[in-house]
Write a protein that binds this ligand. Structure first.
Ligand SMILES: *Cc1c(COP(=O)(O)O)cnc(C)c1O
Length: 408
């Protein structure tokens, strides 16, 4: 492989994962070779590793505006999501007959959707809410879906494929109001004191770009991960509001308040906190830069590609997300041809791109099938420049025209 003959890769797949920030790498470095103690050990090495985790937890708690004891570190975003969903529903908070009712949306990440499907197999009843043509969940539909037996609601903060940002605070209010209004009925009818449902938010795609204040958002649980915010892969965090009881998924040494047994991944935890801190500190400035690039790219690509349409909401969308559908086009083929030109992009989500079926998100938006096959996601990052985008705008139209000719 003669790498030097290739142009440098223009990486526009930051929604799949981001590069590690050099500052994050530096923060992590001591905890592999120098301070490698087990945080559970009593000696100095152990205590220093414990101290590093405590500091990381304090950083995350400050950004989420919650207590340190409400932050649980996990081995990935997926694990944080599974802990929230199974941990809550298996804690047997519903005693009114059946196993209880759970609500989510049709556009969640597979970590949520597959977990809900597993819950259904365990006997839970699930409602999957649709979204409007821009991918937005309507809080009124949420209100209509809630029942006395609803124990859990999951809504993603921002969609990983189409970038739509959901009205989490509004949905949170709908859920709180329902809890308060139905408390008396629940008390007299069923003798249940607990205020359900609980509200879980998958914020994996949002943590680097949006406000993460869990009090303002009005959520009970919230998941984020390192790999989408210029931190390390294979680490996540779950906010669990005090009073929300979860059943662990893993049993052992009782780390992370008994919710995630297993020796803590100290460098990854330190890295996650450092990455979150940097992303949140630079958020306003970086978002403004990205929105400008994003809107320029959207306008140009729609102009230069006949029939192309934008998926997701024009304004309520992640600053770095562009998702378009092009008629009579296999998204996968475009990805391969762009790769030849040194440009890395994705079809829908990284996790479904091996499936060669229309994305579950884009097909929910009510587009015809001819559009769903051709959805392409360009996700910008800290390293993206206007020059990179101009190069893509130059090479893309020919690729599209040639492929459309082949497909007839
Ligand atoms: C990436 C992602 C996940 C999964 O996170 P992992 O750390 O890869 O397990 C879950 N939800 C959303 C919205 C994501 O973007």
């Amino acid at each position: 492989m003669k790498q030097e003959l290739r142009p440098k890769t223009i990486y526009l797949d930051n929604a799949a994962t981001t590069p590690l920030d050099p500052r994050v790498k530096k923060a992590m470095e001591p905890y592999w070779e120098k301070e490698y103690g087990n945080p559970t050990s009593i000696h100095g090495m152990g205590r220093r590793a414990r101290e590093a985790i405590n500091e990381a937890r304090a950083t995350v708690a400050r950004i989420l505006n919650c207590r340190e004891s409400e932050v649980i570190f996990t081995g990935s975003g997926t694990e944080a999501i599974n802990l929230a969903i199974f941990g809550l529903s298996r804690s047997k908070i519903w005693t009114g007959g059946g196993r209880g009712h759970v609500v989510t949306t049709k556009i969640e990440h597979h970590a949520v959707l597959r977990s809900y499907e597993a819950l259904e197999k365990e006997g839970f009843e699930a409602t999957y809410l649709g979204v409007d043509k821009n991918g937005l969940v309507d809080p009124r539909n949420m209100k209509a879906a809630l029942r006395l037996g609803t124990i859990l609601v999951s809504v993603m903060y921002a969609n990983n494929e189409i970038g739509t940002v959901e009205p989490i605070a509004e949905i949170g209010k709908v859920i709180r109001d329902f809890r308060n209004e139905s408390l008396e009925i629940r008390n007299s009818k069923l003798g249940i004191q607990r205020k359900t449902p609980f509200f879980f938010v998958d914020a994996c795609q949002a943590a680097g770009a949006l406000d993460m204040d869990v009090q303002k958002l009005g959520v009970d649980m919230l998941a984020l991960n390192g790999s989408k915010i210029y931190g390390p892969k294979g680490v996540g965090a779950l906010f669990v509001r005090r009073g929300v009881k979860l059943k662990p998924l893993m049993y052992g040494g009782g780390q992370e308040s008994g919710l995630r047994s297993g020796t803590e991944n100290v460098p990854a935890i330190v890295g996650l906190a450092a990455a979150l801190e940097i992303a949140q500190k630079d958020r306003a400035k970086e978002n403004a830069r990205l929105v400008k690039l994003r809107d320029y790219f959207i306008a140009e690509i729609l102009k230069r590609t006949p029939g192309a349409i934008l998926n997701g909401h024009a304004q309520n969308r992640l600053p770095n997300n562009i998702n378009i559908s092009i008629p009579r086009l296999e998204g996968e083929a475009v990805v391969i041809y762009l790769d030849e030109k040194g440009v890395a992009v994705s079809t829908g989500s990284a996790c479904s791109s091996t499936e060669l079926i229309p994305s579950h998100v884009v097909s929910t938006l009510g587009r015809s099938r001819e559009y769903a096959g051709g959805s392409l996601r360009f996700s910008l990052g800290r390293n993206t420049t206007k020059k990179d985008l101009d190069y893509v705008l130059k090479v893309l139209p020919d690729i599209v025209t040639n492929l459309q000719k082949i497909h007839g």
